[in-house]
Design a binder for this molecule. Sequence first.
Ligand code: SF4
Length: 96
Amino acid sequence: VETAVDRSCRGCRDEFRVTEERIRHLLSAPMFAPGSGHCVPDDVYEARLRQCEACPKLLGGHTCSLCGCIVPVAAKLKAKSCPLPGGAGWQRYDGE
Ligand code: SF4
């Protein structure tokens, strides 16, 4: 009798789980709270994420292979910008 074996990679699964937890944990920090003054408006955040999702430099759906940033976290911050050469990606946000 063949027993059911979970053939998925434990390391990858755990890494994914930890990363999702890590993203949630990082985004719960005070600097990401509404009114902190550090975050871009939601529409800018969504536009940044869409650019990353379409970018070949995005690894695993969340990490930028150029700068190592976790994009769901970095894209929240006004002061961050995409590291693509020539300003090809999303830019620093200087609005309110
Ligand atoms: S930050 Fe820029 S280079 Fe990195 S994944 Fe997003 S769009 Fe691509």
